[in-house]
Design a protein around this ligand. Structure first.
Ligand SMILES: *[C@@H]1O[C@H](CO)[C@@H](O)[C@H](O)[C@H]1NC(C)=O
Ligand SMILES: *[C@@H]1O[C@H](CO)[C@@H](O)[C@H](O)[C@H]1NC(C)=O
Ligand SMILES: *[C@@H]1O[C@H](CO)[C@@H](O)[C@H](O)[C@H]1NC(C)=O
Length: 510
């Protein structure tokens, strides 16, 4: 049952780890650019003659504020976009990212790549209980959180962490960075550079307001946007599966739930291409905005997206194959390998022990038992067994449990772990930011000057990359991997191991 409820499955390392990096010598330059852009922004708005009243999502005069939607000389050049609202922990966000890539492929739209969200920033709820945030609510929560990440200098693109180069280099999928998209969409330039400061708060308010149009619950907003109103309570998306469009899904709210909650939802299976693709009302909108794209198997069905193959569409079939596993960017994978080879320097076992938060608090016994059994099967050699431990339980709490036992038994075991403050972790974070993969690909209008944006806007705060390096280390564990049952992190490590990430990657020369 639980595996369906992991809509709010937590990460071991809550994201918002603030770590000030060195101020760049280019800071003054970026402040200048910031000031110029602020002027630009203010004049943009004061030149717009429309009313000062807050943007109403239903107000069609909106389009006059976003000229890109109305005219052919638009910076979008006829390009069509797809936005969605990820939520919860990193692993969930990755699985939604994959679904978004799939949807963008099927609907032939340019995917707006979001940043990695803070773990507890946005929650979806529970699909089986028919208790979820509406698509409109979750869209706005995500948009506002993203603006907050920008404001506090903590923005890290999903594509800075997850390597999508193999997808966008082929013509299967087009992508655009959220910052580039929002700059155009909201008529703000270079807001990646805006650092936390009171002077810009109005600017970020405006950005939030610009996103508020996504809050619309259902259907077409204006000529700019089609906001998808279907969610896991009403719809299971399919693609070319031979079902008659609109047939009932096998999972429906039961009688009890219907009575108790007065739920009238009926879940239908609908072909996403027929519903939102060519010939549909949604097709003409430059921006198509989904809510959550989370899905999970449940009672023989899927909670929201049931697209596992596309035998009649070679393009989509190959996309499905490609997104089955998306690796971390090379900067991360190679650091994991380096740690395995240089710091551990021996065959080792990886133990991923998820012990805190939610359901995992109550399953210590089972979690430790798995490790114990694995170790017993290994204990033959006279040398200590090397174990790389990734856990959310602070070291100070190890003493009274099995981890403490292992740590004290240095004759038989040698434990290794990574800490946020380790040089290798900090170095990786710097490399990830310097590489800036997220801004390196995709649809960028020629006059946008993205090169400048990238060079002159150093992120103020290093991202927390510990979890990703830990997973990469575990992909290299030659004695095996013991994960925590039900943890999406364990699933992710298993995938990496199956795909042979570790052996494929050569060490970085630095
Ligand atoms: C849209 O905005 C205009 C200009 O402020 C206003 O006159 C009009 O009443 C608004 N319409 C709706 C539906 O909110
Ligand atoms: C997808 O969209 C692009 C650009 O909008 C267009 O050139 C291409 O023909 C479309 N492909 C398909 C399969 O519709
Ligand atoms: C971990 O240790 C701290 C400090 O001793 C204690 O307050 C906390 O309850 C412990 N947590 C767990 C899960 O044992």
């Amino acid at each position: 049952m639980n595996h369906f409820l992991h809509t709010s499955r937590p990460n071991p390392k809550p994201w918002p780890t603030k770590k000030p990096s060195h101020r760049s010598p280019l800071l003054s330059l970026s402040l200048l650019a910031l000031f110029a852009s602020l002027l630009f922004f203010l004049s943009y708005y004061s030149l717009t003659p429309s009313s000062p009243s807050p943007i109403s999502p239903f107000n069609r005069t909106l389009s006059s504020r976003f000229p890109q939607c109305t005219s052919s000389q638009a910076p979008f050049l006829g390009e069509k976009f797809l936005w969605y609202a990820p939520h919860s922990g990193f692993s969930n966000q990755v699985s939604e990212f994959k679904n978004a890539i799939l949807m963008a492929g099927i609907l032939n739209r340019t995917l707006i790549v979001p940043p990695v969200l803070d773990h507890h920033a946005v929650a979806l709820g529970s699909c089986p209980k028919f208790r979820v945030s509406s698509p409109g609510e979750i869209r706005v929560a995500v948009w506002n959180h993203v603006v907050e990440l920008l404001r506090t200098g903590r923005y890290v693109s999903m594509a800075d962490i997850i390597d999508i180069s193999s997808l966008v280099s082929s013509p299967i999928v087009r992508a655009i960075d959220f910052r580039v998209f929002a700059s155009l969409w909201c008529g703000v330039k270079d807001f990646d550079c805006f650092l936390a400061s009171n002077e810009q708060s109005s600017l970020f308010d405006s950005l939030k307001q610009c996103g508020s149009l996504l809050s619309v619950l259902n259907g077409k907003v204006d000529i700019c946007t089609y906001a998808v109103g279907e969610d896991c309570r009403t719809t299971v998306w399919t693609y070319q599966n031979g079902d008659k469009d609109g047939v009932l899904d096998s999972f429906q709210p039961d009688e009890q739930l219907r009575k108790k909650k007065k739920i009238s939802h009926i879940r239908r299976r609908r072909d996403v291409y027929k519903t939102l693709g060519p010939g549909s009302e949604a097709e003409s909108a430059p921006l198509l905005a989904f809510g959550s794209l989370f899905t999970s198997p449940y009672r023989g069905s899927e909670s929201y997206i049931d697209i596992h193959e596309a035998p009649r569409d070679q393009r989509i079939q190959s996309l499905i194959d490609k997104i089955a596993f998306l690796p971390f960017v090379p900067e991360i994978v190679s650091m994991g390998k380096e740690f395995a080879e240089k710091n551990i320097g021996a065959p080792f076992l990886c133990a991923q022990l998820r012990l805190l938060d939610g359901q995992f608090k109550n399953h210590w016994k089972v979690t430790f038992l798995g490790l114990k059994q694995k170790l017993e099967s290994l204990r033959r050699s006279p040398h200590p067994i090397h174990i790389f431990v990734m856990t959310d339980l602070p070291e100070g709490n190890w003493t009274v449990n099995y981890l403490g036992e292992l740590a004290r038994d240095s004759h038989n075991f040698k434990l290794h772990l990574l800490r946020e403050e380790d040089e290798l972790v900090i170095e990786t974070a710097k490399k990830v930011m310097a590489a800036g993969h997220g801004l390196r690909f995709g649809f960028v209008p020629e006059d946008f000057g993205i090169g400048g944006l990238k060079k002159h806007c150093p992120s103020e705060i290093l991202p927390d990359v510990l979890l990703y390096i830990e997973e990469s280390v575990c992909s290299c564990a030659s004695l095996g991997f013991v994960g925590t049952a039900g943890s999406t992190i364990a699933e992710s490590v298993e995938l990496m191991r199956k795909s042979g990430t570790c052996s494929k990657q050569s060490l970085t020369k630095s």
